[in-house]
Design a protein around this ligand. Structure first.
Ligand code: NDP
Ligand code: GDR
Length: 321
């Protein structure tokens, strides 16, 4: 029997890679899409005929119940969120609603309509926030440092709570940063690789950034969506950290990206306080040994390879315009 999956956040980076993965496994894929005045479908343009779209919004539970009814899913992947940390200080309430309460709305829609569907929640390493323990693993206490991180902690615990209260198969993937050529342009990796390509082609002459000292554990989104799927194929629902186990500063990221096109980053990068956050997550470094052992999950793309892939993709995109 063909398996059926409902993905929220289908237009985002992870939604597009996950849809590709599930389609390659023979799933019937449904994507929840909210109405926008001008649709931005760049990440899923190539899949428009393969996915069935259902209109809805995480803030509107009726629309979620409708989406679950129509899709009648075996698996639900809740990837939708206000996902940009910096924006969460500017729109803390909207972030709390979509990234936090939105999870309860989705869980309720599943519980009321298709309680045996398996549920994946996109939890985040931002929940660890301030360094309490490194490397961070499933048992590390949370200490979020942004309204986004706080909302994700809520989303995480409500998922655990539905598993324990209703015996639902509900999992939380605590994913560390993952990137790709489809990453939103405001996130630091893509901001850097896009700027490097523009500078190389003479379209831009500087790159303004915030804190260059923060450290992140960056992996490739294509590898990480495989872990999401694996989490829903187990005998028992559980939570897993997904990471590379390597950490790099923003400065290292910038260095690799510029030197890949033969430029010295020091000639172009300007530190601008506008991009420094009110509270920072200084160090993220994940320990994913539980996922490796229990899910058999493996990483394929390393950090340098990822940065170079993104620079090459941005160069190709700009040249084709
Ligand atoms: P993106 O920002 O690329 O995508 C977010 C998606 O959520 C978009 O499809 C967006 O739709 C949708 N969305 C936002 N608000 C709503 C809403 N109210 N109702 C319905 N849809 C909505 O995020 P990523 O793909 O990078 O991340 C996927 C998930 O994983 C997010 O929950 C994120 O917080 C989490 N996460 C991401 C990590 C990463 O490094 N990428 C790491 C850990 C967790 P639209 O196109 O309409 O804006
Ligand atoms: P993050 O990703 O906040 O870790 O959240 P982002 O790429 O935005 O920031 C990473 C680090 O880079 C520093 N930084 C800058 N960041 C941006 N965006 N722009 C800048 O100019 C800049 N200069 C320095 C930041 O201060 C930070 O330390 C991502 C999102 O995908 C979340 O949804 C997800 O949950 C987490 O990763 C894990």
């Amino acid at each position: 029997m063909t398996k059926r999956a409902l993905i929220t956040g289908i237009t985002g980076q992870d939604g597009s890679y996950l849809a590709e993965l599930l389609l390659s496994k023979g799933y019937k894929v449904f994507g929840l899409r909210r109405r926008t005045s001008v649709p931005i479908l760049e990440n899923i343009e190539h899949l428009m005929n393969d996915i069935e779209f259902i209109d809805g919004d995480l803030l509107d539970m009726g629309s979620l119940i409708n989406a679950v009814r129509i899709s009648n899913p075996d698996e639900v992947y809740n990837l939708a969120a206000q996902s940009f940390v910096a924006t969460s200080w500017i729109q803390p309430v909207a972030t709390g609603q979509a990234t936090g309460i939105g999870v309860t709305n989705m869980l309720e829609a599943v519980r009321l309509t298709k309680p045996d569907a398996r549920f994946y929640q996109a939890s985040s390493s931002e929940m660890f926030g301030k360094v309490v323990e490194t490397p961070q693993k499933e048992t590390t206490p949370f200490y979020p440092r942004s309204p986004y991180g706080v909302a994700k902690v809520y989303g995480h615990w409500i998922t655990v709570n539905y598993r324990e209260s209703y015996d639902m198969y509900a999992c939380s993937g605590i994913l560390f940063n993952h990137e790709s050529p489809r990453r939103g342009i405001e996130f630091v990796t893509r901001k850097v690789t896009d700027a490097v390509a523009r500078i190389k082609l003479g379209l831009q002459n500087e790159l303004r950034l915030g804190n260059l000292d923060a450290k992140r554990d960056w992996g490739f989104a294509g590898d990480y969506v495989k872990a999401m799927w694996l989490m829903l194929q187990q005998d028992k629902a559980d939570d897993f950290v997904i990471s590379t186990g390597e950490t790099h500063t923003i400065e290292e990221l910038v260095e690799i990206a510029f030197s890949h096109v033969g430029l010295n980053w020091r000639d172009y990068v300007v530190v601008d306080q506008k991009f420094v956050r009110p509270a920072e997550v200084e160090l993220l470094l994940g320990d994913c040994s539980k996922a490796k052992e229990e899910l058999g999950w493996e990483l394929e793309v390393g950090f340098e390879q990822l940065v170079k892939m993104m620079v090459d993709s941005d160069l190709a995109k700009l040249k084709s315009k």
